[in-house]
Design a protein around this ligand. Sequence first.
Ligand SMILES: NC(=O)C1=CN([C@@H]2O[C@H](COP(=O)(O)OP(=O)(O)OC[C@H]3O[C@@H](n4cnc5c(N)ncnc54)[C@H](O)[C@@H]3O)[C@@H](O)[C@H]2O)[C@@H](O)CC1
Ligand SMILES: Nc1ncnc2c1ncn2[C@@H]1O[C@H](COP(=O)(O)OP(=O)(O)O)[C@@H](O)[C@H]1O
Length: 294
Amino acid sequence: MHKLANTHIQAYNPAMSHYQSNSPALWQSLLPQPDSNSHKYSRGYVMIQGGYPVTGAARLAALAAARSGAGITAIAVPAVALNIYASQLLSIMAKPYASTLDLYALIHDPRIGAFLIGPGAGASKETRETTLTMLQTAKPVVIDADALTAFSRKSDSLKKAIIGQCVLTPHDGEFEKLFGLRPAVQLPERIAQALVAAKQTNSNILLKGANTIIVGPDERVIVNENAPATLATAGAGDVLAGLITGLLAQGMPSFEAAAAAVWLHSEAAKLYGMGLIAEDLPGLIPKVWHQLTA
Ligand SMILES: NC(=O)C1=CN([C@@H]2O[C@H](COP(=O)(O)OP(=O)(O)OC[C@H]3O[C@@H](n4cnc5c(N)ncnc54)[C@H](O)[C@@H]3O)[C@@H](O)[C@H]2O)[C@@H](O)CC1
Ligand SMILES: Nc1ncnc2c1ncn2[C@@H]1O[C@H](COP(=O)(O)OP(=O)(O)O)[C@@H](O)[C@H]1O
């Protein structure tokens, strides 16, 4: 397997076994930048489904979305959990809902730019139905963690529902539950499996691991190789999902948003070093961004 030069993102050619190594040259020109006409809504409104009783995951994701530059980040929270969420959020809004109808009204706010569902959501029928409701808006959706598991062996129903840009972010366990296939260890096989999943669901697949693979339904492939092993810590994936969603809400195309988020996430972890916990990552994103664009 050979790497291609990082100039243009090209389709993966299994016969040639080529992929591209993730680097800013592949997406830097598409990073969002505010200007003097920007206001908070024009900078991107992120809506995240909050869970209960697992409440930390959605808040980690929200912090990351906000640090990616999104102008507004909100978490839709079950009314019973409002105090828990609100007690640890300042700039991020907790939007309570008391019924499914209330939740769907929040989802249909026309100002929302991108959705995230999964972190701490619970692998339930409710999570599946909320995911489908988000997808029906045709806005970008990141489907992570429990929302992937909620579609275990139901990837067909997910496929039918995807009509806009979508990023699925499984780790190996979630990939296996969703697609019924344990991802291979070897990179060429892993890429081939992710490509089939991307085609099947018409989505970008971000298959997490020490080297994260990002594939598009159009067969483009990027492999991220700058992640430190300190990222293997609870909640790091929630932060990554929030970062992708923040970039999507700001209008970045989904494949490039996924690649950029993985790279920024890895660089932030490298800056922190040993002892990293997920909470440390969002606050380091601006520093990585600054170094990249200075
Ligand atoms: N602070 C928080 O509130 C946190 C909440 N989290 C949430 O907790 C819920 C459960 O997440 P989990 O990922 O633990 O649980 P899951 O139930 O999705 O999967 C974990 C299982 O998958 C298997 N597995 C196979 N390959 C794996 C791989 N490469 N990485 C990880 N597990 C692999 C493991 O053996 C494990 O038994 C999610 O909603 C998640 O968002 C976690 O993200 C951790 C932090
Ligand atoms: N050994 C490793 N080296 C580098 N990065 C890793 C390693 N193991 C996991 N990661 C990264 O850490 C993150 C873990 O995410 P995930 O498994 O979803 O955890 P959580 O659900 O706790 O947030 C992913 O971005 C993954 O690519």
